[in-house]
Design a protein around this ligand. Structure first.
Ligand code: F6R
Length: 605
């Protein structure tokens, strides 16, 4: 969601803030703004749309000062407009916010009675209004910020600056991540290490409910009860924060192409010969009765795929749920349950809330994350990194395959410990998994064929995806990818469900993408495909050579992938799904890396 940066520096801060915001733009790009204190005076510049509009504004109306805060917005309350852009300013306070202030209406009413009126439609401005009110009633900036934070309900990461205070920044977090960066006579705040990486190599993550008084000399951190606390400063791995397109036109294209490499790295991290080793604590699957897996979006589809693996390979019952549903349903979590949360960012608000719901109930909280320092990782008993490297493209690609990889390894480990797979079968499957990066490369070589199909698909208004068994979650993922970046309406169904309703949608204008490796279910899927073609539907079949040979006449497009063990097919078939969406989006001329209305890290519910 929104990105926050703050700098108490030794140089002019406006260009530094804009540079840091560029690295945070994946979090939101509806509007952006910065505020500085210069010669004791607060001032700000804001612009609607992408960051480049703010940069243009700053050329014509520069902003001097060595202390500043910046923000890139993903609108929740109030349309994306310059007026609603952050930093918000009331009186002597400027403030940036990520999250949602749930009690802003009550606070506004209370402030209105005291004559403090809002200028915007946002919940966030209420924070500046409240802090300004406390300041005007004689409190110091730190007291005003502390009392403000104590009144807020909801989720927030905040950074405050004050008129007349060039060496003071207050930061606070609850529900949304915030890190403090340490420099030499300089201090920083940022939504994540990625924003701060060029500025510092040492950061401290604020914990839930923490707030901090920051000067150029350092930071004093207080917990929710206002007790002074020490939070560990950590070194950032600079290689893990490098962001560039490496010659690709889009981050998404680069991240798709990186999959053979990151998959090989991840396998290297988990496999010691044929032994699957987990970092940190072990997980003993002989003591587990069931798994409850919870996630959102693409990560949810990774969980759905893994359900097939855990059930088939390890005979372990698995429930999978969408985090936003799970968290409010109050489901029973029985003894013997391991609760497993999958999240690329590790900050998704609903997934984090679901994790907290399970904390006292499940035997163990396990997470599968990309960002190892994230809240979800830190609040888990066991956090399993997927080793995908930074994913910048808003549409998840390499994180999905790397999530699948870790989940498959866990399922194989479970199968071994529960005695449901023979050692020779495990060895054979792991051998094929080790060979998969090479197979990925071969699949990526089919790019031209996929691009041709995608160009045709890009002309459609509606697209259906079909898959059976493990290909069903892949069909869901393919449809999600297509709709989020190309804005083509896409739906996915389990192939067997077709004649229970969706078949009514079929006509010659609706391409139907059928994901069907030549596996034990292939014949069934081909029957469903024939039903589509008999009604004039245009089928794009993604299969392997044996599948292509058996598909018969009349298929509109065929994308042929290398043949793999059917248990590994979900990893491989993710690639054409991603490439189809990518090329369709490019053909339609949409903003591939920053699709409308979306943001990378969904830190509000
Ligand atoms: C789709 C996509 C989203 C995320 C979802 C969960 O391409 O990226 O659906 O998968 O918002 O995000 P994480 O994995 O960060 O919890």
């Amino acid at each position: 969601m929104c990105g926050i940066v703050g700098v108490l520096g030794t140089h002019e801060v406006a260009p530094i803030l804009v540079e840091a915001l560029k690295r945070l733009e994946y979090r939101g790009y509806d509007s952006a703004g910065i505020a500085t204190v210069n010669n004791g005076h607060l001032d700000r510049r804001r612009a609607v749309g992408k960051l480049v509009n703010l940069s243009d504004r700053l050329v014509h109306e520069p902003l001097a000062g060595k202390s500043g805060i910046g923000h890139t917005r993903w609108a929740t309350h109030g349309a994306p407009s310059e007026k609603n852009a952050h930093p918000h300013r009331t009186g002597s306070v400027a403030m940036v916010h990520n999250g949602i202030i749930e009690n802003f209406r009550e606070l506004r009413a209370e402030l209105a009675a005291k004559g403090v009126v809002p200028e915007t439609e946002t919940d966030s401005e209420t924070v500046a209004m409240l802090a300004s009110y406390y300041l005007d009633s004689g409190k110091s900036p730190a007291e005003a910020a502390r009392e403000t934070v104590a009144r807020l309900e909801g989720a927030f990461a905040l950074a405050f600056l004050f008129d007349g205070e060039e060496d003071l920044m207050i930061a606070a977090r609850k529900g949304s991540p915030l890190a403090i960066g340490h420099g030499d006579g300089e201090m920083f705040v940022g939504s994540d290490a990625i924003a701060l990486a060029p500025l510092t190599d040492t950061i401290t993550y604020l914990e839930e409910g923490d707030w901090a008084v920051i000067t150029r000399q350092g930071a004093e951190i207080f917990d929710m009860q206002n007790r002074r606390v020490n939070r560990e400063a950590k070194a950032i791995r600079m290689d893990a924060t490098r962001i560039d397109k490496a010659g690709y036109k889009h981050f998404m294209a680069k991240e798709i192409a990186e999959q053979p490499t990151v998959l090989a790295d991840a396998l290297g991290a988990y496999l010691d010969g044929n032994k699957i080793t987990l970092p940190g604590a072990d997980l003993d699957f002989t003591k587990i009765d069931r798994l409850t897996m919870v996630a959102c979006g693409t990560a949810f589809y990774a969980c759905l795929t893994a359900k097939y693996w855990f059930e088939r390979l390890a005979h372990l019952p698995v429930e999978v749920d969408i985090a936003s549903e799970f968290r409010y349903r109050e489901p029973p979590v029985l003894p013997g349950t391991v609760a497993l949360f999958v999240s690329q960012s590790g900050e998704t608000a609903d997934t984090l809330a679901a994790l907290r719901y399970c904390q006292e109930k499940a035997d163990k909280i396990v997470s599968v994350v990309n960002v190892e320092t994230s809240s979800i990782a830190r609040e888990s008993d066991l956090a399993l990194p997927i080793h995908a490297g930074i994913e910048v493209g808003v549409a998840s690609t390499k994180a999905f395959t790397c999530q699948l990889n870790v989940l498959l390894l866990l399922a194989i480990k479970a199968a071994k410990e529960r005695g449901t797979m023979a050692d020779s079968d495990i060895a054979g499957l792991l051998d094929q998994l080790r060979a998969l990066p090479g197979v990925f490369n071969a699949a990526l070589d089919r790019d031209t064929t996929i691009e041709t199909a995608a160009q045709k698909i890009s002309e459609a208004r509606d697209v259906l995806f079909l898959g059976r068994g493990m290909m069903y979650p892949l069909a869901l993922e393919g449809a999600l990818k297509l709709k989020e970046i190309s804005y083509i309406h896409a739906e996915a169904y389990a192939s067997g469900e077709l004649k229970h309703g969706p078949i009514a949608l079929i006509d010659k204008t609706v391409p139907v993408i059928v994901m069907a490796p030549h596996d034990s279910l292939f014949d069934k899927t081909v029957s469903n495909m024939q039903e589509v073609m008999a009604r004039g539907g245009k089928v794009c079949l993604i299969t392997d050579a044996a599948g292509a040979a058996e598909a018969g006449e009349g298929v509109w497009q065929v994308i042929t992938l290398p043949a793999v063990d059917e248990r590994l097919a979900p990893l491989l078939y993710a690639l054409p799904a991603q490439l189809l969406a990518y090329h369709a989006a490019v053909a339609k001329g949409t903003d591939v890396d920053q699709p409308r209305n979306l943001a990378k890290s969904v830190t509000v519910e």
